[in-house]
Structure formats: structure tokens, C-alpha cells
Design a protein around this ligand. Structure first.
Ligand code: BEZ
Length: 212
């Protein structure tokens, strides 16, 4: 059975490019992004890990720790990391897990046998500080992921964890958000001091509450 939203993200110990880690200890109280790629020394994967490294400050600003994983061995990860740094003008300093025995891949359902019996697909999990799965994404080997979208979802997850709001389609930081249906309009008027715009009784907007 694959992991679903709200499930506890399983813990594991693993060899990585940053040394041996215990996943939960590594995450501590942070949010986590655990993402698999099919194989080292492949072009799309090279751009994905490079992009993640270039977004290091964006992940840090959101208190997110990232980890990559594939079934390649550690020495291969080490050599490929040099190529990523060289070609993508970055410094990969997040752990790349060497999951040769497929422990992590199996725990997280990252191998989809009808796509490949051997390699992990492009799975991505966002894990909250409570160690629960907040987002799952699965992309095929031929399509690189959009890491700005991952950051956008994390912004939404962190905002909606704090306030009784949801974010509309294509929402970006600073745009109006939606008052969740569980809050009555009367309560919303009291709760959201910046005001509530009522389009329909079930479609109500308020300015993003955590910014001026
Ligand atoms: C890539 O990263 O470019 C890739 C990996 C596996 C299959 C196809 C593409």
C-alpha cells in the first residue's frame, strides 16, 4: 500500500553523501522534502538536484530539510555530485541517500514496477514537523519536477496549518486566500480583521493573514 496524505512517514537509517543518518533525527523539528530520482549520471536528474541546491536559501527560509534518494551506491553519488556542481553552478550539500538495498524505495513506494522494475520513479514527499505526509508527487522519469511549485505548496501548507484558510488555484505568496467552509461568515468577519470578500456564501476571500 502506498503512503497517503496524513500517514506517518516511516523512519529509516541510511548511508548518504553527508554520512550515515537516522531520518527522524536528521529532520528534528523541521519540515522535510524526500525525493527520489531514477539514476545518477542522467540529464534530467542532474538538473533537478542542481535546482534544489540553488534553492537552498528558499528551503532554509521555510525550515525545510531536503534529501534526495536513488538506488545507486555512495561512490557513484559522490562522483555525480561533482558533475552536478560543475554543470549547474551549485553546491549540493544536502544528503543524497544511497539506497542500494531499496529500503527507502520500498518504504515509500518509490518503485513503480510497470514503469521500471529496477529504478525509483520521481517521487516526492513533503513531511511536516509531526512526521506526517503532507504532499505526495509522482512524476515519470522523462519529466523534471518544478521545485518552485514544491516551495509554493510548502508556503500553502505552512499558512493553512496556522490559519483557518485555504489557498486558491495558482495562488502565490501575498495574494488573497480563501476562508475555509468550516468558518461561518459571521465568525470570519471577527477572525480576519483585514476583511472578508463574499463572492458566494461558500466562496469567501480574505487578504493573506500573515503579511502586512
Ligand atoms: C534523466 O534523468 O534524464 C532520465 C533518467 C531516467 C530515464 C530517463 C531520463
Amino acid at each position: 500500500m502506498s503512503l497517503r496524505l496524513g500517514d506517518i512517514a516511516p523512519n529509516f537509517k541510511a548511508k548518504t553523501t553527508e554520512g550515515e543518518i537516522d531520518f527522524y533525527e536528521y529532520l528534528g523539528d523541521s519540515w522535510g522534502v524526500l525525493f527520489s530520482h531514477p539514476a545518477d549520471y542522467t540529464p534530467v536528474c542532474t538538473t533537478e538536484l542542481g535546482k534544489t541546491a540553488l534553492l537552498k536559501n528558499e528551503f532554509a527560509a521555510r525550515n525545510v530539510k531536503v534529501l534526495a534518494v536513488s538506488v545507486d551506491p555512495l561512490d557513484k553519488h559522490m562522483g555525480w555530485r561533482n558533475d552536478i556542481n560543475e554543470t549547474q553552478n551549485c553546491t549540493v550539500d544536502f544528503p543524497i541517500i544511497a539506497d542500494e538495498d531499496k529500503t527507502v524505495a520500498n518504504l515509500y513506494g518509490m518503485i513503480h514496477p510497470n514503469a521500471s522494475e529496477t529504478f525509483t520513479v520521481r517521487s516526492l514527499f513533503v513531511i511536516g514537523p509531526d512526521k506526517k505526509v503532507k504532499l505526495t508527487l509522482t512524476y515519470p522519469a522523462s519529466t523534471g519536477r518544478n521545485f518552485h511549485e514544491v516551495l509554493r505548496v510548502i508556503d500553502s501548507l505552512q499558512l493553512t496549518a496556522k490559519y483557518s484558510v485555504a489557498t486558491p488555484a495558482d495562488w502565490q505568496q501575498g495574494e488573497d486566500v480563501i476562508v475555509v467552509p468550516a468558518v461561518s461568515t459571521e465568525d470570519a468577519m471577527k477572525k480576519f480583521e483585514k476583511g472578508v470578500k463574499i463572492i458566494k456564501p461558500y466562496l469567501r476571500y480574505t487578504p493573506q493573514p500573515d503579511i502586512d
